[in-house]
Design a protein around this ligand. Structure first.
Ligand code: GAP
Length: 504
């Protein structure tokens, strides 16, 4: 059974070295997390699985790694300066600040209903209600006060300000200058690095439509209320594809990517039955979107929340960057010079005329993927002896440690030297992390490796070195399967092949 509460996951992640609070020794920094020794392995394995499926196993994809800090003009013309904001509202009594929709969601149903009634909206249409509150700020603050909206921090009814938009981009100074122009933004989505490199990739690879550009990288959002562990953070990582298609074929490709992505999540151990597909209502669409499917995973404690967005961005981004270059005089005027090489166009595959392609964008968060994968793998079992064990039933390709090699007696040279040799041989196969584990207590070692999801523990004992009771077991080891707990005796000479086959 997957994890039933976020607390269980948080506790395991800290205890076993998956995830730590950022800047913890100075009290922590809200919305920032550090990935520990096992966290970094799991994260890298998730990213590698995504890259393998979307780049290596396709013929229509290129990869990219663009810089994080971007020219302010990119984010101006992408629409982020004007629209990448969330509504915030302050409680004048204690100066606490909240994201308006989060604050409302946290209220009891009768309070929400009262706010809706005052605003003349339907309480069941949350998106429309939030839109109305944003559109009428003075009425919104009055409605919050009259309905008795409570401050989650103090528990008391707040004295609420009018809501106002808060832009979530992190701005930073570039170079040792102090003028008003020398600033850039930490990208709020990796996507813009793909759009700004569209022409470079097309020119250097001779790609024709349809094709995509994939990128994995950090993005930054100054979230008003980061919360729920790594679900909503200020420094996040995204796995994004911008898939460029002939206008008119975009809707078909949108469906293609929806299927592909659901299949990928399934392959990582996140079943379809746990993901709801939300066809995002028009009023909730991002400024660039023609249509978006949000994949809503059923997180422990949180319920259904977004894990990935699959958007039809139409020709919005390439179109507006082309227009802005033209406006800035960086390229010849678009209309007058239809063949300008600096325009973000590509020849139509049939007419050869330059066209601004439409874009389908599957965009998944690595941090949210970690949460979902951990949550699905987390299992509590009662053993035959009545003891409880926690086991992470991760798919083997995601497991942070692939094999632990354990000498049954850590002070017997003949055993430890064989165990070390086996570890070295397995390490040389490039499977990922292979550990030599000589903590001394085999039961504890098994428990630890169950909790971190190690698929196989290999034990070297007296029989292995010909000093046990059964001579037939000489040169064999015991391999314990994490999930079934079955123990199989395998010849050392066949062990590497055995493990490789199982991990595959
Ligand atoms: N380029 C499109 C884009 O950025 P988005 O829906 O804002 O779209 C895509 O983000 C994905 O990035 C989300 O589905 C989520 O998995 C992840 N994500 C977004 N904001 C996040 C945050 N503050 N913390 C963690 N993950 C986040």
């Amino acid at each position: 059974m997957p994890a039933t509460s976020m607390e269980e996951l948080v506790s395991l992640c800290k205890r076993r070295g998956f995830i730590f609070q950022g800047s913890e020794i100075y009290g922590g920094l809200q919305g920032f997390y550090d990935y520990g020794p096992l966290g970094v392995e799991l994260k890298n394995n998730i990213k590698a699985a995504w890259w393998r499926s979307n780049v290596y196993e396709r013929d229509d994809m290129e990869g990219l790694d663009a810089s994080i800090i971007m020219h302010r003009m990119v984010l101006r013309h992408s629409g982020h300066e004007a629209t990448f904001s969330d509504p915030m509202i302050d409680n004048k009594k204690n100066n606490k600040r909240y994201r308006l929709d989060h604050l409302l969601k946290d209220q009891k149903a009768d309070v929400q209903a009262k706010v809706a009634e005052i605003m003349g909206e339907d309480a069941d249409n949350f998106a429309a209600l939030v839109a109305a509150l944003n559109a009428k700020p003075a009425q919104a603050s009055a409605a919050f006060k009259d309905a008795g909206v409570r401050d989650p921090f103090s528990g008391e009814v707040g004295d609420w300000t009018d809501p106002k938009p808060f832009n979530m981009m992190f701005k930073t100074t570039i170079g040792p200058v102090a003028d008003d122009e020398s600033y850039g933004y930490l990208r709020p989505e990796t996507a813009q690095g793909i759009f700004t490199n569209f022409k470079n990739v097309v020119d250097s690879t001779s790609r024709r439509l349809p094709f995509g550009i994939a990128q994995i990288g950090k993005a930054f959002r100054n979230e008003i209320t980061p919360r729920n562990f790594i679900f909503r953070v200020r420094e996040l990582e995204q796995m994004e594809i911008e898939f460029f298609v002939v206008p008119g074929t975009d809707e078909e490709w949108h469906e293609h990517w929806l299927e592909k992505r659901l299949k990928w999540w399934e392959d990582q151990g996140v079943p379809r039955s746990k993901i709801e597909i939300l066809d995002v209502p028009k009023e909730d669409l991002a400024h660039y979107s023609k249509r978006t499917y949000d994949l809503m995973y059923d997180y422990p404690t949180l319920g259904h929340e977004e894990i990935e967005g699959i958007a039809n961005r139409s020709d919005y981004d390439l179109g507006s960057h082309t227009k802005s270059q033209s406006e800035l005089g960086l390229v010849a005027k678009v209309e007058e010079n239809a063949d300008s090489i600096a325009k973000l166009t590509i020849p139509h595959p049939e007419t050869n005329k330059p066209v601004v392609p439409f874009v389908i964008e599957p965009s998944a968060g690595v941090d949210r993927a970690m949460l979902a994968v951990l949550s699905e793998a987390f299992t509590k079992e009662t053993l035959d002896n009545g003891n409880e064990r926690i086991v992470l039933k991760l798919r083997p390709h995601l497991a942070p440690i692939k094999v632990a090699v354990i000498p049954l007696a850590r002070n017997k040279d003949e055993i430890t030297s064989v165990a070390k040799k086996i570890k070295a041989e397995l390490q040389g196969l490039g499977l990922g992390r292979v550990l030599y584990e000589d903590s001394g207590n085999i039961g504890k070692a098994y428990r630890r490796h169950d909790e971190v999801g190690t698929p196989f523990c290999v034990t070297v004992d007296f029989d292995t070195v010909g000093k046990g009771e059964d001579a037939a077991l000489t040169d064999t080891v015991t391999v314990r399967d994490r999930d079934t707990l079955a123990q199989e005796r395998v010849k050392i000479s066949e062990l590497a092949g055995w493990i490789q086959a199982k991990l595959r």
